[in-house]
Design a protein around this ligand. Structure first.
Ligand SMILES: C[S@@+](CC[C@H](N)C(=O)[O-])C[C@H]1O[C@@H](n2cnc3c(N)ncnc32)[C@H](O)[C@@H]1O
Length: 290
């Protein structure tokens, strides 16, 4: 049987258990992500990219550099490589239908000029907030005002989301006709790239935001819906609980919280009503009166 060979970026780059523990603690402190247990190979492979890029010779040297580099830029790069950014347009598509159904119901007793405010709280490369915008344009009509805030801890994905350029393959999960309606095709003769059109761009605002940094929570208004999906799964229980309580405090009365399909809030202390295993609602104003 041939000997298993190491990936090129790992050759000559061993990681000790002590180094793994030090990096795990750093990742947990900076973004709340749990690395202990089975994540040794994952962390080592991802961090090796930065060790090689900086032409350092060991993880120890890299750890010292991340912790001492004064601008904090390397810490941001480290977070970029450590985080998982898997996403797609209309992922867990039932959420978009439920969002529209609930906003339509609430819209009947509401000033139609008042913009809906939504937040995609771990937006990765932008597919989620742009899907929210398409769902609202289709489901509520182009005349209904809304604003979507889209944030992520990784500055790399926030930059990519702001550029809003997607390959043909990445747009393949869009419902029929949406690509023609909401995207422009670039390079008509070369490899197809699709650029997000103006109707979506003008409704989504991107910025970097760490869900686990209390200082980032500076908001002037509450949200009608928050999508915080497929990110809590990486956090430990106390971090999840604090996060859900912070998000709940930011919801307007009857506001909705969507978590990933596999991220139930069972066992987490919070004050939201469960509409389904991954959809939660803040109480109406009259329900909270004494
Ligand atoms: C797997 S993606 C999910 C993207 C999208 N919400 C979805 O469901 O398709 C998880 C995202 O969470 C981001 N993330 C991880 N920790 C974070 C934190 N502490 N604050 C904000 N975003 C974080 C990652 O950078 C990544 O882009």
């Amino acid at each position: 049987m041939p000997a298993l060979s190491l990936a090129p970026e790992l050759q000559g780059l061993p990681m000790s258990q002590a180094e793994f523990r030090a990096f795990s603690a750093l990742v947990l402190r900076s973004c709340g992500i749990r690395m202990e247990g089975l994540k040794f190979d994952l962390l080592r492979t991802r961090l090796a990219k930065r060790v090689r890029a900086l032409k350092l010779s060991s993880f120890k040297e890299y750890y010292e550099w991340v912790c001492s580099e004064p601008s904090g830029e390397e810490l941001e790069r480290m977070i970029d490589v450590v985080t998982t950014h898997k996403t797609e347009f209309f992922r867990e598509s039932g959420h978009y239908q439920e969002l529209i159904r609930r906003l339509r119901e609430r819209g009947q007793a509401r000033d139609p000029q008042l913009p809906w405010r939504l937040w995609s709280a771990a937006c990765s490369t932008g597919e989620e907030p742009y899907s929210m915008a398409m769902a609202l344009l289709e489901g509520l009509g182009a005349g209904t005002p809304f604003k979507i805030l889209a944030t992520d801890i990784s500055s790399g994905v926030v930059a990519a989301a702001t550029r809003g350029l997607y390959t043909a393959e990445r747009t393949s999960s869009l419902p029929l006709g949406y690509r023609d309606r909401y995207f422009q095709r670039l390079h008509p003769k070369g490899e197809a790239t699709y650029s997000v059109g103006e109707a979506l761009r003008e409704t989504v605002q991107f910025s970097r935001f760490n869900l686990n940094d209390p200082d980032d929570y500076v908001f002037t208004r509450k949200f009608d819906a928050i999508f915080c999906r497929n990110v809590m799964i990486y956090f430990d229980r106390p971090t999840q609980e604090t996060l859900v309580q912070r998000l709940s405090a930011l919801l307007a009365p009857e506001g909705l919280l969507f978590t990933g399909f596999s991220e139930s809030l069972i066992g987490i202390k919070q004050d939201l009503k469960t509409l389904s295993p991954s959809v939660y609602q803040k109480a109406a104003r009259w329900e909270t009166r004494p």
